[in-house]
Design a protein around this ligand. Structure first.
Ligand code: HEM
Length: 175
């Protein structure tokens, strides 16, 4: 997992709690790293450890926390990669190009980034079907990122998803 995701997670904890909460999470996690460099890659297990420590310390449910982290993360990613999102005027067009353009550019900026695979199928101007394929299996994070995307474009969104073998299929409506 790229350092930028750790940096965003740190901001998420500090915004919802405070600096001390992040220090406590680092300490209780007993991870070697305490500072994460945005373009550098770190073992996914380090992220999982920090997340699990945060959940335990703050008594948070994993699903809701991943959704709200995803929502928060989209605004940070969009700010960081403004040049990638500014050409879109609606969330469906962005999701259609997430796999073929956005994450392709992300992998150029962040060498060695392991982005998931998405297959987008536009149904009409408001509805989209999105299949999420990743060994990391983080559908709740995807859900949150989609809420963050809707916030970004000032849209209302409703969605449901189901597991489809190893993958997850999202049915999304933006209004
Ligand atoms: C501004 C647009 C975006 C940028 C700059 C961006 C960038 C990134 C980066 C840097 C990573 C980390 C890869 C790694 O650590 O190896 C990542 C992972 C991920 N991205 Fe994006 N992303 C964007 C939009 C989205 C959107 C809209 C979604 C979902 C609808 C999404 C879904 C994910 C997921 C789920 C992961 C975690 C990895 C996995 O599941 O395998 N991203 N993205």
């Amino acid at each position: 997992m790229k350092g930028i995701m750790f940096n965003i997670f740190e901001s998420f904890i500090i915004k919802n709690f405070n600096d001390e909460a992040w220090e406590e999470i680092l300490e209780d996690s007993c991870v070697d790293e305490t500072v994460f460099i945005s373009p550098r890659s770190y073992d996914d297990n380090i992220f999982a450890t920090l997340l699990n420590t945060a959940l335990q310390l703050k008594q948070l449910p994993i699903e809701k926390t991943l959704v709200s982290f995803g929502r928060f993360a989209f605004s940070k990613l969009a700010k960081h990669s403004h040049h990638l999102v500014e050409k879109y005027d609606n969330p469906i067009s962005l999701l259609e190009e997430l796999d073929g353009i956005i994450h392709v550019e992300v992998r150029k900026i962040f060498k060695g980034a392991e982005t998931p695979k998405f297959i987008a199928k536009r149904i009409d101007d408001e509805n989209l079907e999105l299949t999420y394929i990743s060994k990391r299996n983080l559908p709740y994070l995807v859900e949150g990122l989609i809420y963050g995307l809707a916030d970004y474009f000032g849209k209302d969104v409703s969605l449901k998803w189901e597991q489809d073998l190893e993958n997850y299929k999202f049915h999304i409506t933006f209004k």
